[in-house]
Design a protein around this ligand. Structure first.
Ligand SMILES: C[S@@+](CC[C@H](N)C(=O)[O-])C[C@H]1O[C@@H](n2cnc3c(N)ncnc32)[C@H](O)[C@@H]1O
Length: 268
């Protein structure tokens, strides 16, 4: 079967099974099977692909598995990250936080960065790649997510991955110029009502406790004091948490995302 034929079949199969964005998903899957970028689809439309692999992937998407897990990787900021069961899929909103962090670190000499609740490492590793002179420490508690973190950090010499709980503030020594975190922030009771693809993601990556604020309290009580003078914290938040999260810190400013929702709290 050629790439084009497989794509057409995939669109038909996914649509017939009620999967949304069938054309985009089919294109991503055929291109993954052919080992080409989506932008090279037309150029390679006559290439033969391994039909068995493609049909297995289609089946997994039809069963409700997130496309990103089936592909095994996802683009974030300027690079591609390994993802799969057990690790949160990097989101576009988090790229906005990463961009603010990149802007903050510009012109800083040998900055120290902590990425707390690092998951795939998408924020901290993007910063480490952008600034080879930075020292980036990434803390993650889940064994499964940590496997992805290590894999993603393999060729990033200025990144140090730490398997620990951020409640243990001694898991990293020293102070930071910048602390970034996208912690779990969904209220425990709301998790079961999230859309089914999100429910495939690890609960540990989502659950922020009864009021969704457990991790911000830890960040405030144990990590804010670890900022060097002139340092900054950038925290991703849920769109209804601007006031509550900023009230946990002095000098906090709420920043909106591209959709106009509260998304980031910046603390100086
Ligand atoms: C919302 S995800 C964010 C992952 C990644 N930073 C991102 O933006 O895609 C939160 C991460 O925190 C991790 N985590 C949960 N509890 C933790 C704890 N007590 N200490 C460290 N990491 C924790 C989860 O396993 C998950 O990988």
């Amino acid at each position: 079967m050629t790439l084009k034929e497989a794509y057409n079949y995939g669109v038909y199969f996914l649509s017939a099974n009620g999967v949304d964005e069938a054309d985009f998903k089919s294109k991503c899957l055929v291109c993954k099977c052919a080992g080409v970028k989506n932008s090279q689809f037309h150029q390679h439309s006559g290439d033969e692909i391994i039909t068995k692999r493609f049909s297995d992937m289609l089946w997994r998407v039809k069963q409700g598995e997130p496309l990103q897990y089936v592909l095994g990787e996802w683009d974030f900021y300027n690079s591609t990250f390994y993802v799969g069961e057990g690790v949160l899929i990097p989101r576009p909103e988090t790229e906005e936080l990463t961009q603010l962090a990149v802007d903050f670190l510009k012109d800083k000499k040998n900055p120290v960065v902590f990425d707390l609740c690092a998951g795939s490492g998408c924020i901290g590793l993007s910063l480490a790649k952008e600034y080879p002179n930075a020292n980036v420490f990434l803390v993650e508690k889940s064994d499964k997510a940590f496997e992805y973190l290590l894999k993603n950090a393999k060729d990033v010499p200025n990144a140090q991955c730490v398997l620990d709980d951020i409640s243990n503030e001694n898991c990293i020594a020293g102070n930071a110029d910048l602390i970034v975190s996208n912690p779990p922030y969904i209220k425990s009771v709301e998790i079961d009502s999230l859309q089914s693809e999100v429910q495939c993601e690890p609960r540990m990556a989502l659950d922020g406790g009864n009021d969704g604020l457990d991790f911000y309290r830890i960040l405030s009580s144990k990590w804010k004091s670890r900022l060097k003078s002139g340092g900054e914290m950038l925290l991703e938040i849920g769109n209804e948490q601007g006031n509550t999260v900023s009230s946990l810190f002095d000098n906090a400013q709420v920043i909106k995302d591209m959709y106009g929702n509260d998304r980031i709290v910046k603390i100086n």
